[in-house]
Structure formats: structure tokens, C-alpha cells
Design a protein around this ligand. Structure first.
Ligand code: SF4
Length: 96
């Protein structure tokens, strides 16, 4: 399964992605964008948002097949609000 990944170490919080594609991105925490949907990954607005990112922080990655079941919180600096696995590409503190 492919998902949108935002590298929080590269993101400068410019807001361009959220301005271009409100279907996939939102400033839920007021500092950095969050991915709010992984549907329609070939959507033109998403591709435009990826192209607009000045630091190339946004990529589409293959989500790990194995779900983490450690019960620890994601350490990616944003809170997962999907009720699902971490999508940040940085992984859970247990390194699964
Ligand atoms: S466009 Fe890139 S740098 Fe700007 S907020 Fe989005 S992910 Fe961060």
C-alpha cells in the first residue's frame, strides 16, 4: 500500500502543500502539515503539491506490510490521527 510521506526534518512549514491540496494535507498542529488522506494518489492537486514543495519533503512511499503492535506512540513530531499505523517513514520508537 502506498502512502504520502512528509519528512519533518526537511519540511519548513511553508504551507504550500496545504494551499494547493486540501484533500491530502492540513495544518492540524499549526506548525507542520499532516497527511489527512492517502486516497487518489494520482490526483493532480497532490502531484502539484509535491512539485511545489521547496524542500522536496513530500514523497509517496510503500507502507510497511507489517503493522506495529508495540502500543507506543509515533515519534514523528505529529500525532497520528488516522487510528492506523505510522505513515511518517520515521517509524515507531520500537523500531518496527
Ligand atoms: S510544501 Fe513542503 S516545506 Fe512546505 S509545508 Fe508542505 S511539506 Fe512542508
Amino acid at each position: 500500500m502506498k502512502v504520502i510521506n512528509i519528512d519533518k526534518n526537511q519540511c519548513i512549514g511553508c504551507g504550500s502543500c496545504c494551499g494547493i491540496d486540501q484533500t491530502h494535507f492540513d495544518f492540524l498542529d499549526g506548525r507542520f502539515p499532516s497527511v489527512i488522506s492517502n486516497d487518489n494518489l494520482d490526483d493532480q492537486a497532490l502531484l502539484d503539491a509535491i512539485d511545489s514543495c521547496p524542500t522536496e519533503a513530500i514523497t509517496i512511499i510503500e507502507k510497511a506490510e507489517e503493522a506495529c503492535d508495540c502500543g507506543e506512540e509515533c515519534n514523528c513530531d505529529d500525532e497520528c490521527n488516522c487510528g492506523d499505523d505510522c505513515h511518517c517513514g520515521d517509524g515507531c520508537p520500537c523500531h518496527k
